[in-house]
Design a binder for this molecule. Structure first.
Ligand SMILES: *Cc1c(COP(=O)(O)O)cnc(C)c1O
Length: 366
């Protein structure tokens, strides 16, 4: 295999970067739109720095592929707006007295799930009503609808949408989802004609993939647009991971049989070989629990990671030497994927992806 030496050694302060495959990202969005029932609008969820992919970068790239963006906080929304994105942005967090003015300044859509929050809205503000149908987090109780309705009328407030969020849509045939759906259906029935023209939405990635009947007028996908599935029991071949995390060899030196590597000396070389040092550690997002369990790719070769991951460095053991500066793929196509790391840590790919430190540069590639 041809040797590839990265350019990152030329910039002395850069030890790793994240590549974002823009064509995979766009194709995933198109694929998900095809999966959704005809005529359904799509929202890309770009909270937590777009699941670690770079919020402004992803928002721009998807501007022609989705109808709206969803974020966790006003700060995230402002950051995306200031980067020049004009799509509608729905903020999932409750509005607060200290930031309610920002919604108007930056043309953001609020999510309102309590009477206090409703009290902060004015007739010129755009907002959706959120109902807690069983997620057990934010939102009105569906039984509060009559009271909500009268407050809306007396204050001339006009929400543009109605939403709920599923607790267990990451697997098919969940009774929890059907329970939530029947509560949501009952609420919509009670709303009668009032709901006409409103954007109605419930589904995240799992909802879209496994509960097409819950698509309503819009679906909010996060994980799936980044190329991962919320459940490893169901594969959709056309979704492709978007992110690769790359670095380069910091040092490579001979390691003798019997020598140990890293803190706690819990790995001993079974034979003579080469120690490859990669300048990325748990401070950057390689969780220490992965120590001695993963592989990375160096110059196109899969190499075993050995010894404890340290704060700023991770070590590999190789049969052959590599040059300083040779490309290392930490996570992504040639190495392991985020769902494989997640399985080793007994967690979900979401946590791996958004755990990649935001200080690391995100670079678009097509
Ligand atoms: C995070 C989030 C989503 C997206 O969930 P995925 O499982 O990543 O598709 C959708 N809606 C809300 C309210 C969310 O908080």
């Amino acid at each position: 295999m041809k040797r590839r030496v990265t350019q990152i050694t030329a910039k002395s302060n850069v030890t790793s970067y994240v590549e974002i495959n823009i064509s995979n990202l766009k194709q995933n969005a198109i694929k998900l739109k095809e999966i959704a029932p005809a005529g359904i609008k799509t929202m890309a969820v770009v909270k937590a720095n777009a699941y670690g992919h770079g919020a402004a970068l992803v928002s721009h790239a998807l501007s022609d592929s989705v109808t709206a963006l969803g974020v966790a906080s006003v700060e995230e929304a402002i950051n995306i707006r200031n980067s020049g994105v004009i799509l509608p942005i729905l903020v999932f967090a409750p509005p607060r007295p200290g930031n309610v003015a920002d919604y108007k300044t930056y043309n953001l859509v609020a999510t309102v799930g309590s009477f206090d929050e409703l009290g902060m809205m004015s007739s010129s503000m755009s907002f959706h009503l959120e109902f807690d149908t069983g997620m057990g987090r934010l939102g009105f109780d569906p039984d509060e609808w009559p009271e909500i309705h009268s407050r809306l009328q007396s204050n001339s407030l006009k929400p543009s949408g109605v939403m709920t969020h599923f607790a267990s849509a990451d697997a098919p045939d969940s009774t929890k989802v059907s329970d939530q759906l029947s509560r949501f259906e009952k609420l919509l029935e009670n709303m009668g004609d009032w709901k006409k023209g409103k954007v109605i939405h419930a589904s995240n990635s799992g909802g879209l993939l496994f509960y097409p009947e819950a698509a309503y007028s819009l679906v909010r996908f996060g994980l799936a647009v980044y190329g991962y599935l919320p459940s490893d029991t169901h594969k959709i071949d056309d979704l492709k991971p978007v992110l690769s995390w790359k670095s380069c060899v910091s040092a490579c030196k001979p390691l003798r049989k019997g020598e140990t590597v890293s803190y706690d000396a819990n790995w001993t070389a079974p034979k003579d070989g080469w120690l490859v040092v990669v300048p990325v550690g748990y401070a950057d997002g390689i969780r220490r629990g992965l120590s001695n369990k993963i592989e990375m790719s160096v110059g196109g070769n899969k190499i075993k990671q050995v010894g404890n991951v340290t704060m700023d460095y991770t070590m590999l053991f190789s049969d052959k030497p590599f040059e300083t500066g040779e490309e290392v793929v930490i996570l992504g196509d040639e190495a392991m994927q985020a769902d494989e790391w997640a399985a080793l840590l007994d967690t979900i790919p979401y946590e791996i992806l958004c755990g990649i430190h935001p200080k690391i540069e995100r670079r678009p590639v097509s």
